[in-house]
Every structure is written in structure tokens, then in C-alpha cells.
Ligand binder design. Structure first.
Ligand code: ARG
Length: 460
């Protein structure tokens, strides 16, 4: 097959080369961005008198036909065309003739691919942000019903202090809000038009980069053409943003897996979002959160992959950069489906407050409250209070009970400064509600956090 670039060649490319060199199997995903970019470029060329108005309208109508062929599935993607840019231009020229051959004036595939890919990434930054906010909406709605549902807060996966389930979920809402901000700030930073940089050095044609930038919705025009055609920071940023998002999703997934086990049984995933075993009839497995946790690995891999591709590249464009797309497509698809399924799995998950409450009776969760009581009500220095409380815990262990159930007389025998008014301080709900410092778990503070997130999400 004759190539667009074959003027200086005397032999045809080998089929092996064609297969190895091509990106058309995966970059066809960018067809919308490519066609829109070409139309904007043609309009600018016409505005500058480089194309006639007739040529420009032919390009526009030809591109409309190409678009509908692609969307109806009748467009033929051929490996010999190498990439989508050449396939689309070739088809355009077949439809409209000579005018099609003028489209590439003052343009190179180097700025063309930088444009298409950048616009794809910008769009995905926005779409993923919207999906994260939808997930946050579900999380905040569940939280609303559980501001008094007490469960053991943990450190080192050991029972630490009682918290409420809403507070626990809102920790994830906080992570997801930061994720949204990261996607938004990347979209903002990278909203810069590459088109018009041509191969690397700009072009002698009298083009108007401001015009194409504006018509494609960019905030501004890039500063340096050499940088622009080789820069893939925007792709690295979305890979990092997705990696951090998936790391957060994976942590939540890990907790759902733990909570679904019979050791915890704090939650139960719906049948719709659980799977069975081929041999053990009783099994109901949390495959969804397990896959969320597992898929995080490939997303991290995609980030490392592109960082490694970029690290040794001399300026400007090198074919290595063609390796930028598959990892980004994969990470984007992974993030999209992960956000969707996590949202649905959470919506249909049953929460088991009694099991959470029962777990609060294990591990002496109110020990810090006894120490705080000694400090506040008996004037004992904290270090000493810590020691006295340790002895009370040891006594409760000997008695085989939880500290929250210990008799006042036992405590008084350990330190006579402990009076009967200590008892309410040992209750689990009291312990949770005592933590009223800003951002704390007390119900009043948790309700404030719900209001905060409601406000953040009000426009979605
Ligand atoms: N398919 C190429 C890529 O994805 C397009 C740019 C090709 N440019 C070139 N000078 N070979 O990077």
C-alpha cells in the first residue's frame, strides 16, 4: 500500500514493519478529537486566506461523512494506514478530492496527535471528576443514616476508639474530594492548545493559533513549539491522578472485603454485586472489591510505564511517544468502570449496625476515656493516668470483660481518686460523642462534615 510519506522511498514497507509501527488499532479511539481538530484547523486556514471558503466547506462536509462512517461502523480501519490521522485524511481526500490534500498545510502529525490526545485527556479529566462526585453523593447519603452507628475505629487494625460509621465513610469522601481537585487542577493546567506547532519549530505559513485554540475551547496557546510536540506531562498527570484515585478506592475495597468476612460481618454486599463458588455452595464472595483492589496494580503500572518511556527522550517528537496511549486508555477505562461499580455496590450494600456495636465491646475501646477522666476530673497527669488505665484494662482482661462493663468498685480499688461519676465516661456512645474537637467523630461534628460535603456536591 502506498504511504503518505513514501515519496523518498523506493521499496514498500514490510508487513512486519506495518504491524509494528502502526497505532491505528488503538488510536482510532481519538477519531472525534481528530475530526474536530481538523475542521478547526481548516476554518483557521480559510480565515487566513490559505484555503478558499469552498475548500473549507468541502473539508467540513467530507469530515461529516467520515464521522458518520466511523460511528456507523462502515469506516475501514486498515493497518497499512498506520494511524488514525492518515486514515481519516486519506478517506477525506477520497471523498472530496484535491481539497483534502490541502488540509495538512501548516500542520504535522506531531502537533495533531498532541492536540487529539490532549483534548481526550482533558475530556476524561472532566468526566472522571463527575463520576467521583456521583460516588461521593452515594457515600454521603449512606453517611447521613449512620451518624449514630458506632463501630471500632482502628489503628494497626486493632480496636482503638469508638467512631461512628458516617465519620468513617466521610474519611473516604475527603480523599475523593482531593482526587476531584487533582483532576480539576490538571485539566486547568493543561488547557493549552498545541495545534499550529507543526513538526517542532512552528511554520512559515501565516496561521492564527489563537483562533484554533479558541474554537476548540482551549484557555490559551502553548508557548514553545519544541516543548509542545514532545510534552506528555498531561498524560502523566491523568495517570497519576487515576493511580491516587484507585489507591483510595483500593483502600475502601480492602475494608469492604474485611467487613464482609464472618470475623467482622459489618456489611453484606448484595447478591447482585457478589459471586459464588463453583465448588462450595455456601460461598458468597466479594469479587467486586477484590477486583477493584487488583486493578489498582495495572493502573500503577501504566504510570510507571509512561514515566519510563519519557525519561530518556531527546527533544522533540520521538516515535517512543506513540506508547503513551494504550496505558492511558486502559487506566481511564479502569477508573470509569471501577467508579461505576463501586457506586452501585455501595448503594446496594447492607450495613449491620448491631454487629458493629457488638465489636465495640471488644478491645476496651473506652480506655482513653478513662485516662481522660483521670486527667480532667481527678487532676492526674496524663502519663500517670495512662498507667492507671493500663492496670484497669489488665483487671478487665482477668475478669474476662470489656472495660466498658467493669464495676465501679474495681476501678476504685485500683485508684481511689476514681469516683462513681466515672461510669458514663466508659460507655461506648459517650466515648464517640466526647470527641468534639474540630473534625472529630462526635455526632455534632460528623453532621457538620455532612453539611460540608453536601455543599461541595450541591451542583452535581
Ligand atoms: N501515531 C503517532 C503517535 O501516536 C502519530 C505521530 C507520528 N508522527 C511522526 N512523525 N511519525 O505518536
Amino acid at each position: 500500500m502506498e504511504k503518505m510519506w513514501s515519496g523518498r522511498f523506493t521499496q514498500d514497507a514490510s508487513t512486519l514493519l506495518e504491524k509494528f509501527n502502526a497505532s491505528i488499532m488503538f488510536d482510532q479511539k481519538l477519531y472525534r478529537e481528530d475530526i474536530e481538530g481538523s475542521i478547526a484547523h481548516a476554518k483557521m486556514l480559510a480565515h487566513q486566506g490559505i484555503l478558499t471558503d469552498e475548500e473549507c466547506s468541502l473539508i467540513e462536509s467530507g469530515m461529516a461523512q467520515v464521522l458518520s462512517e466511523i460511528e456507523s461502523g462502515s469506516f475501514e480501519w486498515k493497518i497499512g494506514d498506520e494511524d488514525l490521522h492518515m486514515a481519516i485524511e486519506k478517506r477525506l481526500t477520497a471523498i472530496i478530492g484535491e481539497a483534502g490534500k490541502k488540509l495538512h498545510t501548516a500542520r504535522s502529525r506531531n502537533d495533531q496527535v498532541a492536540l487529539d490526545f490532549r483534548r481526550f485527556v482533558l475530556r476524561k479529566n472532566r468526566e472522571i471528576t463527575g463520576q467521583i462526585k456521583a460516588l461521593m453523593g452515594v457515600i454521603v447519603d449512606i453517611a447521613r443514616d449512620h451518624t449514630t452507628t458506632v463501630l471500632p475505629g482502628m489503628t494497626h487494625l486493632q480496636h482503638a476508639q469508638p467512631i461512628n460509621f458516617a465519620f468513617h465513610l466521610l474519611a473516604y469522601a475527603s480523599m475523593f474530594k482531593r482526587d476531584c481537585e487533582r483532576f480539576e487542577s490538571s485539566a486547568h493546567r493543561n488547557n493549552i492548545s498545541p495545534i499550529g506547532c507543526a513538526a517542532l519549530a512552528g511554520t512559515p505559513h501565516n496561521i492564527n493559533r489563537e483562533m484554533t485554540a479558541q474554537s476548540l475551547g482551549f484557555d490559551s496557546v502553548s508557548i514553545n513549539c519544541l516543548d509542545t510536540v514532545s510534552d506528555r506531562d498531561f498524560a502523566l498527570e491523568i495517570l497519576f491522578n487515576i493511580s491516587t484515585l484507585m489507591m483510595h478506592i483500593s483502600r475502601l475495597a480492602e475494608e469492604i472485603i474485611l467487613w464482609s468476612s464472618y470475623e467482622f460481618r459489618f456489611v453484606e454486599l448484595s447478591d447482585e454485586y457478589s459471586t459464588g463458588s463453583s465448588i462450595m455452595p455456601q460461598k458468597k464472595n466479594p469479587d467486586v472489591p477484590e477486583l477493584l483492589r487488583g486493578k489498582t496494580g495495572r493502573v500503577f503500572g501504566n504510570l510507571m510505564g509512561l514515566l519510563t518511556v519519557m525519561k530518556g527522550l531527546p527533544l522533540a517528537y520521538n516515535k517512543d511517544t506513540q506508547e503513551d496511549k494504550e496505558g492511558v486508555f486502559d487506566s481511564v477505562e479502569t477508573a470509569e468502570i471501577s467508579l461505576e461499580i463501586l457506586r452501585e455496590a455501595l448503594k446496594t450494600m447492607t450495613i449491620k449496625p448491631q454487629n458493629m456495636a457488638r465489636a465495640c465491646k471488644l478491645g476496651h475501646l473506652s480506655a482513653t476515656d478513662l485516662a481522660d477522666y483521670l486527667v480532667e476530673h481527678c487532676g492526674v497527669p496524663f502519663r500517670e493516668a495512662h498507667h492507671i488505665t493500663g492496670r484497669a484494662v489488665a483487671r478487665a482482661e482477668v475478669l474476662g470483660i470489656d472495660l466498658s462493663d467493669i464495676a465501679y468498685t474495681e476501678l476504685h480499688a485500683i485508684d481511689e481518686r476514681i469516683k462513681e461519676d466515672v461510669m458514663p465516661f466508659l460507655a461506648i456512645e459517650h466515648s464517640m460523642n466526647a470527641r468534639v474537637s474540630q473534625g472529630g467523630t462526635a455526632e455534632v461534628r460528623t453532621l457538620e462534615q455532612i453539611i460540608y460535603f453536601d455543599h461541595y456536591l450541591k451542583d452535581i
